[in-house]
Design a protein around this ligand. Structure first.
Ligand code: PGA
Length: 251
């Protein structure tokens, strides 16, 4: 059985004070939540204080990005060791907003995965097709290519430490959630790819999250699909009540 993983991607939202307020509410509401593994990914500026607040709690800390070099003259960048230092355990890599707006490629995604793993961070690697690719019927090819590129130099032992998030670009922040069937089909493609590339066991253990307009209203039917192992939640993770309802989807 794969333990569900529910991660909140706060994107470029919440100043430190607001972030502390949100995470304090989550800590109160979710202190006894064991069924799902819970992760929050605040912006860089809030990681350190939130890391302190979350010490000893069941909610884990994640970052939204990292740079692959260990240290040095890389103005504006943050290393994996810096993320570990403030309490991060997870890191989102290759989000479509980073691919689209900041020129991330399979090559950079793959280097970031390697850097995260060598520092002991769990990468949540994002893949997903744009609307026009889906309309052209090439979703599977896009996903396979993104997986191939991201994990090009990742051995099986390391692959076992990663999670993947399927995030169709057309569903992110649009209110147009993929149907559970669409999401399940994409997850199957990703798992089949993993089975061809690695051993069956590694493919079976991989947690594949769905992301794209997840809300308290649609989480239950998404999670009802056995192909879907969790969610990467953007907009709805900014509200304590909505995120808690998502985490407690089964109650
Ligand atoms: P959304 O974002 O839930 O606001 O659609 C999801 C994501 O981009 O991770």
């Amino acid at each position: 059985m794969r333990r569900p993983l529910i991660a909140g991607n706060w994107k470029m939202n919440k100043k430190v004070g607001e972030a502390i307020e949100l995470v304090a509410a989550l800590k109160r509401e979710l202190y006894d939540e064991r069924a799902a593994e819970i992760v929050v990914c605040p912006p860089f500026t809030a990681l350190s204080p939130i890391g302190e607040i979350l010490e000893g709690s069941t909610i884990r800390l994640g970052a939204q990005d990292l740079f692959w070099e260990a240290e040095g003259a890389y103005t504006g960048e943050i290393s994996a060791a810096m993320l570990r230092d403030v309490g991060c355990v997870f890191v989102i890599i290759g989000h479509s907003e980073r691919r689209r707006l900041f020129g991330e490629t399979s090559e950079t995604v793959s280097r970031k995965i390697a850097a995260a793993l060598s520092a002991g961070l769990t990468p949540i690697v994002c893949v997903g097709e744009a609307l026009e690719k889906r309309e052209h019927g090439v979703t599977d090819e896009v996903l396979r290519k993104q997986m191939e590129g991201a994990f090009a130099s990742c051995g099986e032992g390391d692959f076992l430490k990663c999670a993947v998030a399927y995030e169709p670009v057309w569903a992110i922040g649009t209110g147009h959630t993929a149907t559970p069937e669409q999401a399940a089909a994409a997850h199957t493609t990703i798992r089949l790819w993993a089975r061809e590339r690695y051993q069956k066991e590694a493919a079976e253990k991989l947690r594949i999250l769905y992301g794209g307009s997840v809300t308290p209203h649609n989480i239950k039917e998404l999670m009802a699909r056995e192909e879907i192992d969790g969610a990467l939640v953007g907009g709805a993770s900014l509200d304590a009540d909505a995120f808690c309802r998502i985490v407690k989807y089964n109650r």
